[in-house]
Design a protein around this ligand. Structure first.
Ligand code: ADP
Length: 499
């Protein structure tokens, strides 16, 4: 069965915590208020470090630095190739410091170390490299207008970007926003999540080493209603790119509407379906359902917590899944045998447990898990519910924890209807060998990404972002670069043209 979380007893190399202050205009500084907050080890609940707590005053200083760097600094004005060169150096530095960054990120967010190295730190560097290559490929169009006029478009950096990021993939989220913003020539104020500020501060230090000019990247750790809200409502922030919960996405949009109507891009929650057809390879289907729900302890906006099984495969799937879960290990993420670490903090831990409770009370059956585990820290057993009905809370609301709900369907039409029966539209998975079924599903599901016979397949070159109440605007890919660029049309008269 699942081993209990053993609360930090694994002997390990601890990272040194070097950067704990706000990063404004190229320097680490205390908060104006002098306040600090604590970031905790989710394995134990113990304090890792005290971090300077930024609020409105600090955001004002950071925006001022970013404004100055944008209006008068080199960054937006240098050739794109030069920005790309600095970004490539930045990526090299992230890789050179991968070991320390991996420890820091694993500790702050409770992630298995091996996975963090490849997924979190690895894709951070890839994202920088991808956008480094895009920095000198920003083109406009030429416009042949009426006979008296001609025009062209310029794609200019939007200005000062506010980047507000969550705690589930702190490093990836940092670079999926910072990298395209840098390539576009924007300057920025980044607010990491209060649960996980450590990697962002380290990245601020590396940016300076790489040669990113002072004021281009400012990092303000702090809380949402203070520091985050100050960014969203700031009159001198030109756009906001946010990843987080749907309710906070709504607040960000309201703050924009009430202040300067800055464009916002919102990557929000999800309740993604994974749809498994009778002809699916059952081992593949089981693997995908496990990673889609238990990877990163279910703390993933694309988690497929609605698993729909066609009737003919249901029993075989459930049997295999129960067997496979016997070798799934929950425990200290610094232990190399461990698959699943602790939830990020007490609040999330309690939220997830309350959803599990709802599931039980509303009549779903617990196939595996269903309880917290470990003597301390925020460990939860990977939980699979069967007999889940469409109207149960666990089938409708985002859980953001290791909880999988199994449901049945009969026909392709029914699968489409169920997949779309949600306010969200972030991701979906389809498992089938039938290309016609796959094509029907991929074209009918309203979501930002549909994975066929895979899940969680992400890449710097693959647009990421949802529809409906999962938000709008894309991270990754050239679409992400676009949101940091403003299109300007330039028109001149043309006299005596023969054409
Ligand atoms: P979660 O509920 O999963 O913690 P949130 O959406 O609350 O997700 O958090 C995502 C990010 O949004 C964090 O950096 C958080 O501090 C920030 N945030 C929370 N509330 C606000 C707010 N009112 N305005 C701006 N940012 C906020």
């Amino acid at each position: 069965g699942t081993e209990n979380g053993n609360g930090g007893s694994v002997s390990m190399e601890m990272p040194e915590i070097r950067y704990t202050k706000l990063f404004i205009n190229g320097a680490f500084v205390d908060a104006v208020s002098g306040k600090t907050f604590e970031t905790r080890d989710p394995r134990t609940g113990d304090v890792i470090a005290s971090i300077a707590e930024g609020d409105k005053k600090d955001v004002d200083l950071a925006v001022k630095a970013a404004r100055e760097a944008f209006d008068h600094g080199k960054w937006p004005r240098m050739p794109g190739s030069e920005r790309g060169r600095i970004m490539t150096k930045y990526a090299d530095l992230v890789e050179q410091h991968a070991k320390e960054l991996t420890l820091l990120e694993s500790l702050d967010a409770g992630k298995p170390r091996m996975v963090t190295r490849v997924v979190d730190i690895g894709s951070s560097a890839s994202s920088l490299r991808y956008f480094a290559g895009a920095a000198d490929k920003i083109h406009g169009e030429t416009l042949k207008m009426s006979s008296q006029f001609q025009g062209h478009t310029l794609r200019e950096p939007m200005g000062v970007a506010g980047l507000i990021i969550p705690w589930n993939f702190p490093a990836i989220m940092f670079f999926c926003k910072v990298a395209p913003a840098l390539a576009a020539g924007c300057t920025m104020v980044v607010k990491p999540a209060e649960q996980t500020p450590l990697s962002a501060l380290y990245f601020a230090h590396l940016a300076k080493q790489a040669g990113v000019p002072d004021g281009v990247i400012n990092v303000i750790p702090g809380f949402g209603p203070t520091a985050g809200a100050a960014i969203a409502s700031h009159m001198d922030v030109d756009m906001v790119s946010f990843t987080g919960s749907t309710p906070v996405g709504r607040l960000i949009m309201e703050a924009s509407a009430r202040s300067n109507l800055k464009p916002v891009s919102l990557e929000l929650g999800g309740k993604s379906p994974l749809i498994i057809f009778d002809d699916a390879d059952v081992d593949l289907a089981v693997d995908l359902s496990i990673s889609a729900n238990f990877f990163n302890k279910g703390e993933a906006c694309v988690a497929a917590s609605r698993v729909y099984l066609q009737e003919g495969i249901y029993d075989r799937f459930v049997k295999k899944l129960a067997e496979r879960m016997e070798s799934w290990v929950v425990g200290d993420p610094f232990d190399p045998r461990v698959n699943q670490g602790p939830q990020v903090d007490k609040e999330q831990y309690e939220r997830v447990l309350s959803y599990i409770d709802h599931g039980k009370r509303e009549g779903a059956t617990v196939l595996t898990g269903g309880k917290p585990c470990g003597e301390r820290g925020y460990y939860i057993e990977p939980t699979v519910f069967t007999d889940v009905k469409d109207d149960m809370t666990i089938a409708k609301e985002e859980i953001f924890g290791p909880v999988m709900c199994l449901m049945k369907f009969r026909t392709v039409e029914e699968a489409i209807a169920k997949a779309n029966d949600t306010r969200y539209g972030l991701a979906a998975g389809v498992v089938t060998k039938d290309i016609d079924v796959a094509n029907r599903m991929t074209r009918s599901i309203r979501a930002g990404v549909v994975w066929v016979n895979c899940y969680f397949a992400m890449d710097a070159d693959c647009p990421f972002g949802g529809r409906k109440m999962s938000g709008f605007g894309k991270d990754a890919s050239m679409h992400a670069l676009d949101k940091f660029l403003a299109v300007k049309a330039v028109v001149t008269p043309v006299y005596d043209s023969p054409w």
